[in-house]
Design a protein around this ligand. Structure first.
Ligand code: ADP
Ligand code: ASP
Ligand code: MG
Length: 434
């Protein structure tokens, strides 16, 4: 008998029919003798709809109230799911994040879990019942409801799996696992059988929202085995696990395995991100300490900076331009913070560009294989796509393009690195991709 944590995303519980379908799956897992804890997201696009609704009321609603609003989505799905399981003759009880013992800091909208104290969940399991937990939410020390950031139900699931010492954390979604690219954009993407925490971290940080970044960080820290799979099929999905050795094809003979491990860069996939904008500070005097001062101001505004590019200064003027990318949501506060120190920093103007996209190639051994950048840039050239910014790390190359070109860029790079599958199209079972 195993203890399993199963997480069902919004597209898996988008209407009454889906909730009943998922309930059957959960009841089967319980009847097979497992202890089952279920984490559930809000139905379909509920969270986005609640965000839209709040935006109609106020452009800048109090964050505490936003969190109370958003957590309502998961309360609806958790109670309906408990009812559906009960109807199948299996006892189930639903719990809010607070009731489940998910204690967080007080940073509304992106709270971090500080402790998991799942007494009530354990009691429920001890009685042979299924525990359903509302994803994406917790409670602060001051007893305020908090949310964990978009995609946070994945984090709830992994944190509960760690706190309960579960055998596995299953993330049920609308595709058959983690693919070499988003199957919504690349129908020929292939399913990855196993991926390391490190590579998944990089894919998630580069925009592959199939698993939330914080969930992967948590899983790595506590060594939680994560299995990403579809709630619409019975197929085995993708295992996210610890070591690289496990990634080599288990069917290859040992000589082949060693060669594969030693020679080849191991490309895990292509990720894309539409969630960022670009700010360019035009006409900055190229003097000592300017960049330090600019990014102090930006950091104080709370923005998460991603890429930074500083142009060579024009000899005649001694002025330079500095561009950086950041989440759309941080643009307003960052622009205000920079404008407040415009006379001190002596720049000419700020340009805001909302229409960018970022595509990243992720895999081990990028830096030690110089041909990789050349191949990637060549693929974009052949597809007629201009590169606006570039950044590289040991296991990632990212480039910024026009948002309109992003899908083509993902497909071009996927093909150029031989990632297209021969086995037919990746299936997207549901969801709006929102
Ligand atoms: P859920 O509602 O189950 O949490 P999400 O929409 O958050 O689902 O995540 C699943 C989606 O992630 C897929 O439908 C797919 O469009 C997208 N996705 C992006 N990159 C990948 C990838 N590399 N592999 C699989 N899915 C991906
Ligand atoms: N409902 C939340 C969101 O849409 C949390 C989640 O689904 O993981 O971001
Ligand atoms: Mg998700």
């Amino acid at each position: 008998m195993a203890l399993v944590v199963q997480k069902y995303g919004g597209s898996s519980v988008s209407d009454a029919r889906s909730i009943k379908r998922v309930a059957k799956r959960i009841a089967e897992a319980r009847r097979a003798g497992n202890d089952v804890v279920v984490v559930v997201s809000a139905m379909g696009d509920t969270t986005d709809e609640l965000l839209d609704l709040a935006a109609e009321i106020s452009p800048k609603p109090p964050q505490r109230e936003m969190d109370i609003l958003l957590t309502a989505g998961e309360r609806i799905s958790m109670s309906l799911l408990a009812m559906a399981i009960d109807k199948l003759g299996v006892k189930a009880k639903s719990f809010t994040g607070q009731q489940a013992g998910l204690l967080t800091d007080a940073v509304h909208g992106k709270a971090r879990i500080v402790d998991v104290v799942p007494h009530r969940i354990k009691q429920t399991l001890d009685k042979g019942q299924v525990a359903i937990v509302a994803g994406f939410q917790g409670v602060s020390e001051g007893n305020d409801v908090t949310t964990l950031g978009r995609g946070g139900s994945d984090t709830t699931a992994v944190a509960l799996a760690a706190g309960l010492d579960a055998d596995v954390c299953e993330i049920y979604t609308d595709v058959d696992g983690i693919f070499s690219a988003d199957p919504r954009i690349v129908p020929g993407a292939h399913k990855i059988d196993r991926v390391t925490y490190e590579e998944m971290l990089e894919l998630a940080a580069s925009g592959a929202k199939v698993l939330a970044l914080r969930a992967v960080e948590y899983a790595r820290r506590y060594g939680v085995p994560v299995h990403v799979r579809s709630s619409f099929s019975g197929k085995t999905g993708t295992l996210v696990i610890g070591t690289h050795g496990d990634l080599i094809d288990p069917n290859a003979d040992s000589g082949e395995q060693e060669e594969a491990a030693m020679e080849d860069p191991i490309i895990s996939g292509v990720a894309h991100d539409r969630s960022e904008a670009k700010i360019t500070i035009v006409g900055v005097p190229d003097t000592l300490g300017q960049a330090a001062r600019i990014f102090e101001v930006v950091a104080e505004s709370g923005a998460n900076i991603d890429m930074i590019v500083q142009n060579v200064s024009a000899a005649a003027t001694g002025l330079t331009d500095i561009s950086f990318t950041l989440p759309h949501g941080d643009v307003r506060s960052t622009v205000a913070a920079l404008n407040a120190v415009k006379s001190e920093l002596k720049f000419d103007e700020l340009q805001i560009d909302d229409e960018i996209g970022k595509v990243s190639l992720v895999g081990a051994g990028m830096k030690s294989h110089p041909g990789i950048s050349a191949r990637l840039f060549g693929a974009l050239r052949d597809a007629g796509i201009n590169i606006e910014m570039i950044s590289t790390s040991e296991i990632r190359i990212s480039v910024v393009t026009r948002a309109d070109n992003l899908d083509d860029a993902v497909r071009a790079i996927h093909t150029a690195f031989g990632l297209d599958s021969a086995e037919g199209e990746a299936v997207v079972y549901a969801g709006s991709g929102r």
